[in-house]
Structure formats: C-alpha cells, structure tokens
Design a protein around this ligand. Structure first.
Ligand code: SF4
Length: 424
C-alpha cells in the first residue's frame, strides 16, 4: 500500500535529544532480541552483569540503567546499536518513533507523535521528504499482518453501525482540517464550530435507506459540510466569554480526564504521584476534588502548581502557540489518528470529540505550568507534548470508564463550554 504524507506543513528530523530513549518502555520481539544478543555487547565492561532486556507481564522490553536511559544509549545521547550496526539493527519501535502509520483503506497516512520535541518544534525536513523510511516500515507491517487485514479494511463507523466509504471519511477530515486552519477565528472557536457540526451530523443518516440517489456521499457530503459550516458561524458565539461556563460536574469529570492526559508512567519524567497504588489513588481523589496542589503525575509538575492556577486564564495566545495548536490538531485529523484503531476504536464523531477535548486539557495544563513558573509559550509547548504522549496511547483512555466520561461531556453539551472556558 502507498504511504501518503499530509498536506499540513509538518517537519521532523531526529535531533538526538535522547528523550525517547529515557521515556519509553520499548518492546523487543524474539527476532530483535536474538539480533541484539548476537551483536557482542556482553564483551564490553559496561555491559558486565547488565541484562539487555527485562520481562514484564510476559513481554520483553529494552532494559534501562539507573539514570533512566536505555542500556544502549551512549554518553553522546546516541544509540550505540545504531552507531555500530545501523538503524536496521534496532528494534522496530525505536526506528519508527515518532512516526505513525494509520491504515486508510488502500493506503497509509503518515502521522507524527508530537511528544517528540523536534516534532513539537517543527524542526527538520518536511514529512513528505521522509516517505522512503515510512514505506519501509509500512512494508514490514504489511508483511506481518494477516492477508487482507489492512487493505480493504472497513473504515471506522461515523457512529454505531453507520458507515461511509473511506473517501468520505477523508472528505470530513479535510473539511475540519481547513476549519482548524482558519485564522479568522480564535483557535477555541474553530473547535466549537466543528463540534456544532458534529452534533448536527450525529442526528443525520447518510446511507439513504438503500437508495443510492438519496445517499449523502461525495459532493453532496461536501455541500452539507459547507452549509453546516455557515450555520456554525452564525450560531456559535464569537468570543469565549459569551459562552456559558461549564458546570461543576462537567469540570469534575474533565479534571479526571486531564489527570490521564497529564501523566507520565515511564522513564525519567515519571511523576512521583504515579509511584505505587496508594499514591495513584490519592492523586485520583485530588483531581476529583480539584483544590490545593496538583499531584505530581508528571515530573514537570512542581510544588507551585495548584488547581486554582488551572482556573486562571492564559490570556491571548501568541501566534506561535496558535500555530502549534493548529498544526497538532490538523495532523491528528488529516492522518485519521483520531478515530478507529489508532484511538481505541472510537467512531469518527466520538474520535473528533476526544481530540477536541485535548485542547482544553492542554490549556488547563499550560495554565498549571505557568502557575509553576513557566513562560506561556513554553508551557503550551510542554502541555502539547504531554497530552499528545497519552492521546491514542495511554490504555486508560480506551477504558470503558474514560469513554463513558467523554460521552457524558459530549451529550451534556459540556465540551464546547470547556473549550471556551479553558481556551480564554
Ligand atoms: S525524542 Fe525525538 S528528537 Fe529526541 S531522540 Fe527521540 S526521536 Fe530524536
């Protein structure tokens, strides 16, 4: 299958910061373990008595040293396996990060995880220039998948059992990506308008009851999206201050979701509040109550971070911050990472709602980081990295409980209110 890079402008190259080598538990397959064990590392004194892999819950992972770095991370922040034997000698998970390959019918969409600082900062070559590497990874996935599983796979449903072809899912993604790029609106309003359209489309049927002439597809769907875009522009308040404040229960549910989006469970940035079940439970209770200090679910959360700080508006965002937020969300929308298998099987509409929620989550976190002493732009960048690290990857976000919480916020109309409230 072809690999397509996205129209949204996103650059990336690895700048060898070593963050991923200190942050993640990297799985290694039996073949990868055999290959690494055959590379002769045990003859070096620094590997004496140091296992290359650790086993957890039946899976093998690359081992880490006491300083948190991968056992193969050199003092120069470079991978020693890569340095001595080339990129292909590393585990696939190391090679592919921070790329994402999202199956989209007859091709793959190339996405990116903004948890990598070079991706957040848009540093390096355009993604389109990296298709050669991406094709190699795609070919690997195709060779290991059962025949026919990827190509010809059904698109994610719009909702329930309502399906449209892949081309229409892409049409919806393109329309919303264009709305996210619309500088005429403040960023928070771009999302409120999208959610207005999603709420309308949730009530619609697209198949035409088996009559092809009545089906809303292709150009008809584009027309419908255009008309709803105009209605959203008429209907949605122009400024965040005109939107009703989210209720107490909405903000309580929201904080519990933010607790998941903010946390770091592995590596050197693992939060102190994540160490052990008792601390994790106490931290969950504090997020539900929402007063006093914010539990340190991530190492960047300091003593000065308070829940009261999370309610203080950041004020107008800089052009840089808005451009980062728009690039982040357009990348997730255009690559289709927001729905289907890459986002815990969520339908298109719920996937969009879950992505919309990452905006107030990142803004809440940025406010808390500003209260802890960070400059606003640096706080927004850090918050985007933290939230994107969890989006689509933290299994808690795929749990029935968190999906129910998301549904609750969406069905009660709290999502646009949270977006306006934390987007101020
Ligand atoms: S976090 Fe990104 S820039 Fe840093 S080493 Fe990993 S891939 Fe490279």
């Amino acid at each position: 299958m072809q690999v397509r890079s996205l129209p949204v402008l996103q650059n990336w190259d690895c700048h060898s910061c070593g963050d991923c080598c200190r942050s993640y538990a990297v799985p290694a397959t039996a073949d990868e373990r055999r290959r690494i064990e055959g590379q002769g590392w045990e003859s070096l004194p620094e590997f004496a008595g140091v296992p290359f892999f650790v086993k957890r819950r039946g899976e093998f992972y690359l081992n880490h040293r006491a300083d948190g770095g991968c056992v193969f991370l050199g003092a120069d922040n470079l991978c020693r396996i890569h340095g001595k034997f080339g990129s292909a000698a590393k585990p696939l998970a190391c090679r592919i990060y921070p790329f994402l390959l999202v199956p989209a019918g007859d091709h793959w969409n190339l996405g990116l995880r903004l948890a990598c600082p070079s991706a957040t900062e848009n540093k390096g070559r355009a993604l389109g220039a990296q298709l050669g590497d991406a094709r190699e990874y795609a070919a690997y996935f195709e060779s290991t998948a059962a025949k026919g599983v990827l190509e010809g796979a059904a698109p994610p449903p719009l909702a329930g059992s309502q399906f449209v072809p892949w081309s229409d899912v892409a049409r919806i993604a393109t329309a919303f990506s264009e709305m996210l790029a619309n500088d005429a609106d403040p960023f928070e309003r771009r999302w409120r308008k999208i959610l207005f359209i999603v709420a309308m489309l949730k009530k619609a049927t697209f198949e035409g009851g088996g009559d092809a002439k009545k089906a809303v597809t292709g150009g008809k769907l584009s027309e419908m999206l255009h008309v709803l875009g105009l209605a959203a522009d008429d209907d949605e308040p122009k400024t965040a201050t005109e939107v009703k404040r989210p209720g107490w229960s909405g903000r309580t549910v929201f904080r519990q979701l933010v607790a998941v989006f903010s946390r770091k469970d592995h590596g050197v940035e693992k939060g102190a509040a994540q160490r052990g079940p008792v601390r994790r439970f106490a931290s969950a209770v504090k997020f539900a109550v929402g007063s006093g200090r914010v539990p340190k679910v991530h190492a960047v959360i300091t003593d000065a971070a308070t829940f009261a700080g999370g309610e203080v508006p950041l004020g107008a965002l800089s052009d840089n911050a808005v451009s980062l937020l728009a690039r982040w969300h357009r990348l997730k929308v255009e690559s289709l990472q927001f729905c289907g298998a890459p986002n815990f099987g969520l339908s298109v509409w719920e996937g969009l709602e879950s992505l919309a929620l990452t905006f107030p989550a990142a803004m809440w976190l940025a406010r808390v980081l500003v209260a802890g002493g960070k400059a606003p732009d640096a706080a927004v960048t850090q918050a985007v990295r933290m939230v994107d690290d969890n989006f689509g990857f933290n299994p808690l976000l795929g749990s029935a409980r968190q999906k129910f919480a998301l549904r609750l916020l969406a069905n009660r109309g709290d999502l646009p209110r949270l977006i306006a409230w934390y987007g101020r």
